[in-house]
Design a protein around this ligand. Structure first.
Ligand code: HEC
Ligand code: HEC
Ligand code: HEC
Ligand code: HEC
Ligand code: HEC
Length: 371
């Protein structure tokens, strides 16, 4: 099931009448958290009191960002909220200025996807504490061994320092340090890491890909591996590999990065395929425009946000058409099983419905679409 505008009642039933949802609607409405798009820093031109409380007590009642007096324990970092989810639930608009990763209303999913789809089916995404219960089918991370339910940040999550158990400890300072969209992140420290993912490199799109085009998108970092063991430090796929290791590092029956594959390659560069291979028509033969719906990673962030790959775009120096986990998957959740970017069962080989070589598997396997 997908949510549509006005599915408020359904939403309340499905997500267990989560009070947060209502709270968020009201505090977006009162404008407490409505920074302008592309703002330089979290809380810019806002008083501390919009987000922080010194004692979690006003007239002897708990402080909440929506102004209500619902009782809760004091929040980490002296915040008026006790988790990440509350602030990141809302309706994405052109000017929301905050990435809402749980948005049951707008249909404007951001680059990571939208956790609202996990309520419909566990297989649609990562089941995160504070949003959903434990995944009904997957007790561990496929391709790995992690057994505890995921959190947004810290040891059991993706954001921040993954050696730090506490979520807010893991991201401490990152919100006030967040730089404006378009910044190139070196991964050197948390403030310079792509989307607060410690160590990950990349270029951050200013509106988290609410709008996309060949020139308007996140630029992911990848490595053109020759052997499975080559270092992939800082790549977005290496982050996934922290929990799904086998799917990243065990792709060939031997150790090379070449046919015959036993799992789909990632951190593998399509520049390394034959000049007449089907892959060379990614984004259109000779044009090779970047396809934001099927992103490929680049190995050199100083090349900037690429509008085309395989030497077809300005600033393009090659090793820039790298298959990555996020070429096929969203990272939070999608409307499709296995949190894929498209319906896998809709990928029909040599069928009559043309996908114009730009969608799904056909973006790269361009000859498998043709009759
Ligand atoms: C729009 C909301 C918002 C506003 C306004 C805001 N903060 Fe924060 N602050 C946060 C969040 C969220 C965190 C915790 C996450 C993190 O550390 O990244 C935080 C963390 C902190 C921390 C701990 C991490 C660090 O950087 O050392 C301090 C100290 C802090 N804020 C001080 C302030 C002060 C002082 C003000 C007012 C001048 C202020 N904040 C205004 C949201 C806000
Ligand atoms: C008090 C509200 C608040 C809380 C609590 C909060 N955030 Fe945020 N977060 C924001 C706002 C506002 C922004 C947008 C700031 C910006 O990008 O300038 C943001 C941005 C982000 C971003 C995007 C950064 C980027 O590169 O664009 C990430 C990732 C994030 N938060 C993760 C978290 C995690 C993880 C937690 C919990 C540990 C958390 N947030 C808790 C308000 C909050
Ligand atoms: C901190 C560990 C961790 C990281 C990092 C991580 N995952 Fe997962 N992933 C899990 C766990 C645990 C599950 C199974 C439970 C669930 O779905 O919530 C899972 C499930 C999945 C599923 C199956 C979804 C389902 O419910 O059937 C996909 C697909 C997936 N992950 C892809 C990714 C991708 C892509 C990345 C990198 C962007 C990534 N994961 C990063 C732990 C992780
Ligand atoms: C070429 C597209 C593609 C790439 C690249 C890709 N995946 Fe997948 N992934 C899929 C498809 C399709 C499925 C559905 C099941 C299947 O065919 O294995 C899937 C399934 C999964 C699952 C669920 C497995 C289960 O047992 O339910 C996980 C976890 C996952 N992928 C993680 C990753 C990670 C981590 C990476 C990067 C190292 C990655 N994927 C790269 C297409 C891809
Ligand atoms: C971002 C580009 C990209 C996408 C999207 C993609 N693939 Fe691939 N795929 C590749 C590359 C590159 C190779 C390895 C090519 C080589 O060995 O020369 C590959 C290899 C394969 C192979 C093994 C071929 C062989 O030579 O052994 C299969 C099968 C495959 N992909 C199926 C799929 C399916 C199914 C999907 C959609 C779920 C998909 N791929 C999506 C780029 C992609």
């Amino acid at each position: 099931m997908q949510y549509k505008k006005g599915d408020c009642e359904e939403m309340k039933k499905t997500i267990n009448g989560r009070i947060l949802y209502l709270a968020l609607i009201s505090y977006s409405a009162v404008g407490l958290l409505v920074p302008t798009a592309g703002q330089a820093r979290m809380g810019e031109n806002q008083p501390c009191s919009n987000c922080h409380t010194m004692h979690n007590s006003q007239n002897n009642a708990s402080m909440n960002m929506d102004g209500s007096t619902t009782s809760h324990a004091p929040g980490a970092a002296l915040l008026m909220e006790t988790g990440c989810v509350a602030c990141h639930t809302g309706v994405n608009t052109a000017s929301s200025g905050i990435p809402y990763v749980l948005d049951s209303t707008s249909g404007d999913d951001l680059a990571g996807g939208n956790f609202t789809y996990v309520a419909a089916a566990d297989a649609n995404g990562h089941n995160i504490v504070g949003i959903d219960g434990v995944d009904g089918a997957l007790g561990t991370a496929p391709g790995g061994s992690m057994t505890t339910q995921l959190t947004c940040a810290g040891t059991m999550g993706c954001h921040g320092d993954r050696l730090e158990a506490d979520q807010f400890g893991a991201i401490s300072g990152a919100h006030h340090g967040v730089s404006s969209g378009g910044a190139t992140m070196s991964g050197a420290d948390l403030n310079n890491s792509y989307r607060m993912l410690l160590g990950v490199q990349g270029i951050e799109d200013a509106d988290w890909e609410k709008s996309t085009s060949a020139t308007d998108h996140n630029q992911y970092y990848g490595v053109a591996r020759n052997a499975e063991g080559d270092s992939t430090t800082g790549t977005i796929s290496a982050l996934c590999a922290a929990c799904h290791g086998d799917f990243h590092g065990d792709v060939n029956a031997g150790t090379t990065m070449s046919n015959p594959w036993i799992r789909h390659p990632t951190d593998f560069d399509m520049d390394d395929t034959a000049a007449d291979s089907e892959y060379r028509s990614y984004g259109g033969a000779g044009v090779n425009a970047y396809v934001p719906g099927v992103p490929v990673a680049s190995s050199d962030m100083s090349d900037g946000v690429l509008s085309a790959v395989f030497g077809a775009g300005a600033g393009d120096v090659g090793t820039d058409a790298i298959v990555t986990c996020v070429s096929c998957h969203r990272v939070h959740a999608s409307e499709f099983a296995d949190m894929l970017r498209w319906q896998y069962s809709g990928m029909v080989a040599h069928g009559t419905a043309s996908n114009d070589n730009v969608a799904g598997c056909f973006a790269c396997h361009t000859t498998k679409d043709d009759i």
